[in-house]
Write a protein that binds this ligand. Structure first.
Ligand code: SF4
Length: 197
């Protein structure tokens, strides 16, 4: 997707979060199919992954797990889960914040709020049918944005659950950096059922 598709909102020079702007190697905007049915929303670019590659969910263990998941769902044309710029179809990858926090720490509420307009622009542009929130920060954003409420429980309790959210179906999942193999398998089964793949 070209940045101009977002009316010039996307930028490579944002410093709204000084600590993140000083720390990041690059700003990692969303990546994938502009006609995606499914949007995966993670937490932040990882130091060993997207902060290095510039593509969400690539380059580290979380990335390999997500790419394997997408292959299993028929949403990737790759056979290599370590592909730097995977050829995706019907799926779009993004994060709640688009700069790597120092030490891979959690983003602060202010940083999440600063970055929210970028994510809102992506959501409006892609108009996915299904949003999968990966991890507690993405789940909180999704519940607040799509359902107008706080998450009813922690992410481990919400893992694999499906929620109506206006025109969108929301799926809440443990982040792949922290998910067990059984939870990854459950994530695949849930998304397969929701997408009808
Ligand atoms: S996290 Fe988002 S709002 Fe903060 S500096 Fe990076 S791009 Fe800007």
């Amino acid at each position: 997707m070209k940045r101009s598709d977002h009316g010039g909102l996307f930028t490579d020079d944002c410093s709204l979060c000084p600590a993140l702007a000083d720390n990041r190697r690059c700003i990692v905007h969303g990546y994938g199919d502009p006609s995606a049915r499914l949007m995966l929303v993670g937490e932040a670019p990882g130091y060993l992954g997207a902060d290095r590659t510039g593509v969400p969910f690539t380059g580290d263990r979380s990335g390999r797990r997500v790419q394997a998941l997408l292959m299993a769902l028929g949403l990737s044309e790759e056979s290599d889960m370590a592909a730097a710029r995977p050829r995706l179809r019907a799926v779009y990858l993004t994060n709640v914040v688009r700069c790597n926090p120092p030490g891979n720490r959690n983003p602060t509420p202010a940083e999440v709020a600063n970055c929210a307009p970028y994510l809102a622009a992506e959501l409006a542009a892609i108009q996915p049918q299904v949003v999968a929130a990966l991890g507690s920060f993405a789940a909180r954003w999704a519940f607040q944005t799509l359902r107008g409420e706080e998450p009813p429980a922690g992410i481990r309790s919400l893992h694999g659950q499906v929620w109506p959210a206006g025109a969108v179906t929301l799926v809440t999942l443990v982040h792949p950096a922290r998910a067990s193999n059984a939870q990854m398998a459950a994530a695949a089964a849930t998304l397969k059922a929701v997408l009808g793949n």
